[in-house]
Design a protein around this ligand. Sequence first.
Ligand SMILES: Nc1ncnc2c1ncn2[C@@H]1O[C@H](COP(=O)(O)OP(=O)(O)O)[C@@H](O)[C@H]1O
Ligand SMILES: [Mg+2]
Length: 409
Amino acid sequence: MSAAPVPQDPAARSGRTRPAAPPLDLGALIADPDTRIVVCCGAGGVGKTTTSAALALAAAEAGRSVVVLTIDPARRLAQSLGLTELDNEPRRVEVPGAEGELHAMMLDMKRTFDDIVVAHSTPERSQQILDNPFYQTLSSSFSGTQEYMAMEKLGQLRASEQWDLIIVDTPPSRSALDFLDAPNRMSRFLDGTMIRLLMAPSRTGFKFASAGFLLFSRIVSKILGGQLLRDISAFVAALDTMFGGFRERATATYELLRRPGTWFVVVASPEPDALREASYFVDRLSADDMPLAGLVVNRTHPPATAALSATRAAAAAEAVLEAGGPDADLAAAALRVHAERMTLAAREQHLADRFTSAHPEVAVRTVPAAAGDVHDLDGLRTMAAELTGDDADTPTGTPRTRILPARRG
Ligand SMILES: Nc1ncnc2c1ncn2[C@@H]1O[C@H](COP(=O)(O)OP(=O)(O)O)[C@@H](O)[C@H]1O
Ligand SMILES: [Mg+2]
């Protein structure tokens, strides 16, 4: 990573103190029997899937019977959780010594959609729908389908009452908000105006086949292609009986996220885009009355010690080189590495502080970057310890709400 200059901190310059983020106690949250659902959200690539799996492992070790619904686990992580096939059902993961039980599953969005269709129509009808080319496209690639099906699956897992805790990973969408918007978009799409218009001629004959509609329909079929239009009409005709059901389902699933016992954990990396996304998401949760547990700032780079500043370490490196001696090169290199790390940590802390200035009430937990990827139970265990460990219990004494100790004075 390049060492960009640390932006000036206006609060520090003016002598005002920045608000300190409250600590995020995820250990207590996942151990609490009243916690039934934890949803991990955030921008793409920040560590949602890994955080979900690590929290699930920690909960199983704390004695709970937990299922983690993963969406897109990296291949090696999936393997170490025993998720070698996409069977859309939870599988038990052997966790030696755990008091509770860990189950894991990987979402198969097409299969989840198929199951809904089958459950809500006659065998004949459902076969018509499943065979329809438009349905096949919609169920495997419509933007928002994955988000919606993740929520559907969550609803099914919750309704089965088989687990005392469900941890949900969210899809790798561009925006974390897509997850919350999915049910509405899906139901708007399925019983929306466009489809009703397309349906009109086959349902009510000439009544709606006004000149305006014919023109509209001709334009649409030019854009979409005549065959696709016929597929959509056939799909909608077959789906007709499910229409009302869809809106109700979407509403019910959304409401599940507001029930007591559900908590959102927002994950971000210490980077401007990810934290901006986290900021939007936090605002949206509060607008929708959904409970936020707090923010995880994942993959931070705290220094081994904060006692030696970047400036002093860099100066010391120069001095050591000038003085010469057998190990001067090595010592100077170590000092320079430390200087870079301090600069990086300062930039990350600055970004985290900016988030906290905008959302002083949001609890924060920082999780240092591990040396390599997190792809097995040991790696998850290490991450779980970082996620759930006591706020003050760190080797350097820096609380886990922070990357660098708070400035004194
Ligand atoms: N704290 C961490 N330290 C090191 N690597 C991490 C950490 N958190 C996540 N990773 C790695 O980052 C990559 C992306 O993580 P992932 O959980 O798949 O992100 P997301 O689900 O948000 O897209 C994975 O390869 C994962 O192993
Ligand atoms: Mg993921």
